[in-house]
Design a binder for this molecule. Structure first.
Ligand code: PMP
Ligand code: GLN
Length: 420
């Protein structure tokens, strides 16, 4: 691992300490009402806990090995070649071109690099900028629940309101009539994520057709977060923008973090019709203006890697999914199917009566492993209290070690203590 652990440790701790500053926790007096419902992200909390307890971090979804050496070398070369000042507001032409070619190569979608692509500070900024640009206060945004944590915060910052449609375990299907019922005259956007974090669901053709029909019927814009587009193990990733009537009402968002294992570089992008992309840029220019000049050069090259790279990444992650899923099942957890992403989910009810939040907060002390309680991704309290999300984007030996430690949870008297 090429990471400077002590620097990373102190920074993660600083992150959490900042949010525990008494001045910040007196929310009633300082933090505005729109953000008052949010605390430290679960990922920062659990990564700090992993460091404090020296646990194996199967919580936050980041790979513990870096992406391709040639992509790293390209970033270093870009720095040495003097690409260290503000890049153009939309992104460097090489990357705009590469994103456009990527959409055409994998999905047959054509976007003009000059007018229909925008480079952002990760997918997170693209999503936030899109919501800020498109929503009026009081507008409604439809989300499938469970949902990735930054969506609710982005919606809240815009003054819009979220309306959720539930995905039902174990296959995380939704009821189209629930989606229809959620639509009101105030509905502005649907925010879709496929492959889906935290469930590992990959929306299938029938489901995407339903969403498309509804978006067309009610004249809605859809934001699709496709950051795990190359991490699909069952079925195929289908781009919503390729469905009938959807190209010009969809903002397709993705990023380099998961596809190239450089989550810290924060290079993301949005593709869509020229008016939608200009709107997103309007908000984006006042958030970060631009970011990551040398990394933009490196990712421009990475997006053109041969198919073998993308297939290799998928095969590697699929093996890790199977390794962790089998290990968790052997321990006695009920493992839910996962078709894509970095994550596998389990019910803990066969091994513990605790709610997932309590279980995850105690797990590091009990056996030196960190995981994420699914309950944090739900507004509803009925689904999720017994579900835990485990990230498998880690080295095989770490996954094996985590499984050994988790056996200790089941049989503390017979297995080796992880703390020994
Ligand atoms: N969307 C989803 C569903 C995610 O899991 C993540 C975390 N990688 C993001 C967006 C954020 O992506 P980025 O790091 O590119 O901002
Ligand atoms: N997407 C990552 C996850 O779901 C977390 C990224 C973050 O910490 N913001 O684990």
């Amino acid at each position: 691992m090429a990471e400077n652990r002590s620097t990373r440790e102190s920074l993660v701790e600083a992150d959490v300490n900042a949010s525990q500053d008494p001045a910040i926790t007196r929310r009633d007096r300082i933090l505005n009402e729109r953000l008052a419902e949010f605390g430290t992200t679960i990922f920062a909390e659990m990564s700090a806990l992993a460091l404090a307890t020296r646990s194996i971090n199967l919580g936050q979804g980041f790979p513990d090995t870096d992406g391709p050496d040639e992509v790293k070398a390209a970033a270093i070369e870009a720095i040495n070649n003097g690409h260290n000042q503000y890049p153009p507001g939309r992104g460097i032409p090489e990357l705009l071109d590469a994103v456009s070619q990527h959409q055409s190569r994998f999905y047959g979608l054509q976007y003009s690099p000059d007018r229909e692509v925008l480079i952002t500070a990760g997918a997170t900024e693209a999503i936030t900028a899109a919501v800020l640009a498109l929503c009026e206060p009081g507008d409604e945004v439809l989300l499938f629940e469970p949902y990735y944590d930054s969506y609710a915060a982005a919606i809240a910052m815009s003054g819009a309101l979220r309306r959720t449609i539930s995905l039902q375990p174990p296959d995380w299907e939704f009821d189209p009539s629930e989606l229809r019922r959620a639509i009101s005259p105030k509905t502005r956007l649907i925010l879709l994520n496929t492959p889906h974090n935290p469930t590992g669901k990959v929306f299938n053709r029938r489901e995407l057709e339903t969403i498309s029909e509804i978006a067309n019927e009610f004249d809605l814009i859809v934001i699709t977060d496709e950051v795990y587009e190359h991490l699909v193990y069952e079925g195929a990733h289908l781009a919503l923008a390729s469905f009938e009537g959807m190209r010009d009402r969809t903002i397709t968002i993705s990023s380099a973090g998961k596809t190239f294992s450089f989550t810290g570089w924060k290079i993301g992008w949005a593709c869509g019709s020229a008016p939608l992309i200009s709107a997103v840029q309007m908000a984006k220019q006042f958030l970060t203006y631009v970011n990551g000049a040398p990394f933009q050069y490196a990712i421009a090259g990475a997006l053109k890697l041969p198919d073998a790279y993308f297939q290799g990444l998928r095969a590697q992650m699929m093996r890790k999914r199977d390794l962790l899923s089998m290990g968790l099942a052997e321990i006695g957890f009920e493992v839910l199917p996962t078709c894509g992403t970095y994550f596998v989910n389990t019910s803990i009810s066969s091994l513990s009566d605790e709610e997932s939040m309590t279980f995850c907060r105690l797990l590091p002390e009990r056996c030196g492993v960190v995981a994420i309680p699914m309950s944090v991704f739900f507004d509803s309290k009925t689904i999720g209290p017994d579900l835990v999300r485990w990230a498998f984007c880690k080295r095989d030996e770490l996954l094996r070690d985590a499984i050994t430690r988790l056996h200790y949870f089941k049989r503390p008297e017979s297995a080796i203590s992880p703390r020994a």
